[in-house]
Write a protein that binds this ligand. Structure first.
Ligand SMILES: *Cc1c(COP(=O)(O)O)cnc(C)c1O
Length: 223
Protein backbone atom coordinates (compact mmCIF):
# COMPACT_ATOMS: atom_id res chain seq x y z
CA UNK A 1 0.00 0.00 0.00
CA UNK A 2 1.25 3.47 -0.87
CA UNK A 3 2.49 5.72 1.92
CA UNK A 4 0.55 8.76 3.07
CA UNK A 5 2.74 11.27 1.28
CA UNK A 6 2.40 9.45 -2.01
CA UNK A 7 -1.35 9.00 -1.63
CA UNK A 8 -1.80 12.68 -0.82
CA UNK A 9 0.09 13.72 -3.96
CA UNK A 10 -2.01 11.36 -6.02
CA UNK A 11 -5.33 12.62 -4.63
CA UNK A 12 -4.31 16.30 -4.87
CA UNK A 13 -3.41 15.67 -8.49
CA UNK A 14 -6.99 14.63 -9.21
CA UNK A 15 -8.66 17.62 -7.55
CA UNK A 16 -9.00 20.95 -9.41
CA UNK A 17 -6.71 23.66 -8.05
CA UNK A 18 -9.70 25.90 -7.22
CA UNK A 19 -10.87 23.34 -4.62
CA UNK A 20 -9.15 23.47 -1.23
CA UNK A 21 -8.41 20.13 0.43
CA UNK A 22 -8.62 19.83 4.21
CA UNK A 23 -6.98 16.74 5.68
CA UNK A 24 -9.46 15.36 8.23
CA UNK A 25 -7.04 14.20 10.88
CA UNK A 26 -9.15 12.53 13.58
CA UNK A 27 -7.26 9.65 15.24
CA UNK A 28 -4.13 10.39 13.18
CA UNK A 29 -0.79 10.92 14.86
CA UNK A 30 1.27 14.09 14.42
CA UNK A 31 3.68 12.01 12.37
CA UNK A 32 0.91 11.00 9.96
CA UNK A 33 -0.17 14.64 9.68
CA UNK A 34 3.43 15.63 8.99
CA UNK A 35 3.51 13.19 6.07
CA UNK A 36 0.29 14.65 4.66
CA UNK A 37 1.81 18.13 4.86
CA UNK A 38 4.93 16.86 3.09
CA UNK A 39 2.63 15.58 0.34
CA UNK A 40 1.21 19.05 -0.23
CA UNK A 41 -1.66 19.44 2.25
CA UNK A 42 -1.98 22.94 3.63
CA UNK A 43 -5.08 22.73 5.83
CA UNK A 44 -5.71 20.25 8.64
CA UNK A 45 -9.18 19.59 10.07
CA UNK A 46 -9.49 18.49 13.68
CA UNK A 47 -12.66 17.26 15.40
CA UNK A 48 -11.53 18.15 18.92
CA UNK A 49 -9.80 21.12 20.51
CA UNK A 50 -7.63 18.68 22.47
CA UNK A 51 -6.39 16.85 19.36
CA UNK A 52 -5.52 20.13 17.68
CA UNK A 53 -3.50 21.08 20.71
CA UNK A 54 -1.54 17.83 20.58
CA UNK A 55 -0.89 18.17 16.85
CA UNK A 56 0.14 21.81 17.13
CA UNK A 57 2.49 21.11 20.02
CA UNK A 58 4.22 18.52 17.85
CA UNK A 59 4.17 20.28 14.48
CA UNK A 60 3.91 23.98 15.32
CA UNK A 61 0.99 26.38 15.03
CA UNK A 62 2.24 27.68 11.68
CA UNK A 63 2.79 24.24 10.11
CA UNK A 64 -0.70 24.33 8.58
CA UNK A 65 -3.96 26.18 8.44
CA UNK A 66 -6.05 24.58 11.22
CA UNK A 67 -9.78 24.03 10.90
CA UNK A 68 -12.25 22.81 13.48
CA UNK A 69 -14.58 20.32 11.75
CA UNK A 70 -16.15 18.74 14.86
CA UNK A 71 -18.76 20.09 17.25
CA UNK A 72 -17.66 22.94 19.50
CA UNK A 73 -18.83 23.36 23.08
CA UNK A 74 -19.22 26.96 24.19
CA UNK A 75 -16.85 26.42 27.10
CA UNK A 76 -14.10 25.59 24.57
CA UNK A 77 -14.72 28.66 22.44
CA UNK A 78 -11.79 30.56 23.88
CA UNK A 79 -9.35 27.74 23.05
CA UNK A 80 -10.91 27.30 19.63
CA UNK A 81 -10.38 30.95 18.73
CA UNK A 82 -6.71 30.59 19.58
CA UNK A 83 -6.16 27.21 17.90
CA UNK A 84 -8.17 27.45 14.68
CA UNK A 85 -8.03 29.59 11.56
CA UNK A 86 -11.51 28.48 10.53
CA UNK A 87 -14.33 27.08 12.66
CA UNK A 88 -16.52 25.10 10.26
CA UNK A 89 -19.26 24.00 12.64
CA UNK A 90 -21.18 27.03 13.91
CA UNK A 91 -24.88 26.25 14.19
CA UNK A 92 -26.23 28.27 17.11
CA UNK A 93 -26.58 31.94 17.90
CA UNK A 94 -25.24 31.36 21.40
CA UNK A 95 -22.06 29.79 20.02
CA UNK A 96 -21.63 32.58 17.46
CA UNK A 97 -22.12 35.14 20.21
CA UNK A 98 -19.48 33.46 22.36
CA UNK A 99 -16.96 33.28 19.49
CA UNK A 100 -17.64 36.93 18.71
CA UNK A 101 -16.96 37.86 22.34
CA UNK A 102 -13.74 35.81 22.47
CA UNK A 103 -12.56 37.28 19.18
CA UNK A 104 -13.23 40.81 20.37
CA UNK A 105 -11.27 40.19 23.59
CA UNK A 106 -8.11 39.41 21.66
CA UNK A 107 -8.73 41.84 18.81
CA UNK A 108 -9.27 39.17 16.19
CA UNK A 109 -12.01 38.49 13.68
CA UNK A 110 -12.95 34.81 13.92
CA UNK A 111 -13.59 33.09 10.60
CA UNK A 112 -16.51 30.69 10.67
CA UNK A 113 -18.68 28.55 8.45
CA UNK A 114 -22.34 27.93 9.18
CA UNK A 115 -22.95 24.18 9.40
CA UNK A 116 -26.04 23.12 7.49
CA UNK A 117 -28.04 20.00 8.36
CA UNK A 118 -28.79 19.40 4.72
CA UNK A 119 -30.31 15.97 5.36
CA UNK A 120 -32.72 17.42 7.94
CA UNK A 121 -31.72 14.63 10.33
CA UNK A 122 -33.28 15.17 13.77
CA UNK A 123 -30.25 14.39 15.97
CA UNK A 124 -27.69 15.96 13.69
CA UNK A 125 -25.81 19.23 14.17
CA UNK A 126 -26.40 22.09 11.80
CA UNK A 127 -28.94 24.70 10.83
CA UNK A 128 -31.80 23.47 8.65
CA UNK A 129 -31.44 24.65 5.03
CA UNK A 130 -34.61 26.72 5.21
CA UNK A 131 -33.33 28.46 8.36
CA UNK A 132 -29.87 29.41 7.07
CA UNK A 133 -30.85 32.88 5.90
CA UNK A 134 -32.64 33.79 9.15
CA UNK A 135 -29.69 32.42 11.13
CA UNK A 136 -27.16 34.44 9.12
CA UNK A 137 -29.25 37.58 9.60
CA UNK A 138 -29.42 36.93 13.33
CA UNK A 139 -25.63 36.80 13.67
CA UNK A 140 -24.93 39.54 11.10
CA UNK A 141 -24.41 42.12 13.85
CA UNK A 142 -21.48 40.22 15.37
CA UNK A 143 -18.57 42.14 13.94
CA UNK A 144 -15.82 39.99 15.46
CA UNK A 145 -16.87 36.98 13.48
CA UNK A 146 -16.79 36.71 9.72
CA UNK A 147 -19.04 34.23 7.94
CA UNK A 148 -16.87 32.74 5.20
CA UNK A 149 -19.43 30.26 3.89
CA UNK A 150 -21.28 27.03 4.57
CA UNK A 151 -20.33 23.50 5.55
CA UNK A 152 -22.38 20.33 5.31
CA UNK A 153 -21.95 16.63 5.87
CA UNK A 154 -25.07 15.26 4.24
CA UNK A 155 -26.83 12.18 5.60
CA UNK A 156 -24.57 9.38 6.75
CA UNK A 157 -25.07 6.03 5.02
CA UNK A 158 -26.26 7.79 1.93
CA UNK A 159 -24.82 6.66 -1.39
CA UNK A 160 -22.57 9.31 -3.00
CA UNK A 161 -25.00 9.69 -5.91
CA UNK A 162 -27.89 10.35 -3.55
CA UNK A 163 -25.82 12.94 -1.68
CA UNK A 164 -25.81 15.19 -4.77
CA UNK A 165 -29.29 16.39 -3.87
CA UNK A 166 -28.12 17.60 -0.45
CA UNK A 167 -24.98 19.17 -1.87
CA UNK A 168 -27.01 20.95 -4.53
CA UNK A 169 -29.43 22.37 -1.99
CA UNK A 170 -26.55 23.58 0.19
CA UNK A 171 -25.00 25.27 -2.86
CA UNK A 172 -28.31 26.98 -3.54
CA UNK A 173 -28.42 28.33 0.03
CA UNK A 174 -24.80 29.41 -0.34
CA UNK A 175 -25.63 31.44 -3.44
CA UNK A 176 -28.67 33.01 -1.77
CA UNK A 177 -26.64 33.99 1.26
CA UNK A 178 -23.89 35.43 -0.93
CA UNK A 179 -26.40 37.67 -2.68
CA UNK A 180 -27.60 39.09 0.66
CA UNK A 181 -24.21 40.79 1.22
CA UNK A 182 -24.57 40.75 4.99
CA UNK A 183 -22.12 43.06 6.80
CA UNK A 184 -20.03 40.32 8.44
CA UNK A 185 -20.10 37.87 5.53
CA UNK A 186 -17.36 37.25 2.99
CA UNK A 187 -18.70 34.17 1.31
CA UNK A 188 -16.04 32.20 -0.53
CA UNK A 189 -16.06 28.76 1.10
CA UNK A 190 -18.48 25.92 0.45
CA UNK A 191 -17.14 22.95 2.42
CA UNK A 192 -18.76 19.66 1.43
CA UNK A 193 -17.67 16.21 0.39
CA UNK A 194 -15.56 13.57 2.09
CA UNK A 195 -13.51 10.63 0.82
CA UNK A 196 -16.48 8.77 -0.65
CA UNK A 197 -18.30 11.79 -1.98
CA UNK A 198 -15.86 14.51 -2.91
CA UNK A 199 -16.25 14.05 -6.67
CA UNK A 200 -20.01 14.56 -6.42
CA UNK A 201 -19.52 17.50 -4.05
CA UNK A 202 -17.12 19.21 -6.43
CA UNK A 203 -19.55 18.68 -9.31
CA UNK A 204 -22.22 20.36 -7.21
CA UNK A 205 -20.06 23.39 -6.42
CA UNK A 206 -17.88 22.60 -3.39
CA UNK A 207 -14.87 24.89 -3.06
CA UNK A 208 -13.48 22.85 -0.15
CA UNK A 209 -13.48 19.10 0.55
CA UNK A 210 -12.57 17.33 3.79
CA UNK A 211 -10.71 14.09 3.26
CA UNK A 212 -9.64 11.52 5.85
CA UNK A 213 -9.36 7.95 4.61
CA UNK A 214 -8.60 8.96 1.01
CA UNK A 215 -5.40 10.58 2.27
CA UNK A 216 -4.46 8.61 5.37
CA UNK A 217 -5.93 5.17 4.65
CA UNK A 218 -8.51 3.35 6.82
CA UNK A 219 -8.78 4.43 10.43
CA UNK A 220 -7.53 2.01 13.06
CA UNK A 221 -10.99 1.61 14.61
CA UNK A 222 -12.26 0.66 11.17
CA UNK A 223 -9.97 -2.37 11.32
C1 LIG B 1 -13.90 12.34 9.49
C2 LIG B 1 -14.49 13.54 8.84
C3 LIG B 1 -14.30 13.78 7.48
C4 LIG B 1 -13.51 12.85 6.56
O1 LIG B 1 -14.10 11.61 6.48
P1 LIG B 1 -13.50 10.50 5.48
O2 LIG B 1 -14.68 9.68 5.10
O3 LIG B 1 -12.48 9.77 6.26
O4 LIG B 1 -12.93 11.22 4.32
C5 LIG B 1 -14.85 14.92 6.95
N1 LIG B 1 -15.58 15.78 7.69
C6 LIG B 1 -15.77 15.58 9.00
C7 LIG B 1 -16.58 16.56 9.77
C8 LIG B 1 -15.25 14.45 9.61
O5 LIG B 1 -15.46 14.25 10.93
Amino acid sequence: MAGIEERVREVLGRIPARVAVVAAAKTRTPDEIRKALAGGIRAVGENYVQEAEVAQNALGRSAAEWHLIGALQRNKAKDAVRLFDLIQTVDSVRLAEKLDAEGRKIGRVVSILIEVNSGREPQKAGVLPEDVEAFAREIAGFSSIEVRGLMTLGPALCAPGALRLFFAETKRRFDELTRLELPNARMTILSMGMSDSYREAIDEGASMVRLGTALFGPRREDG
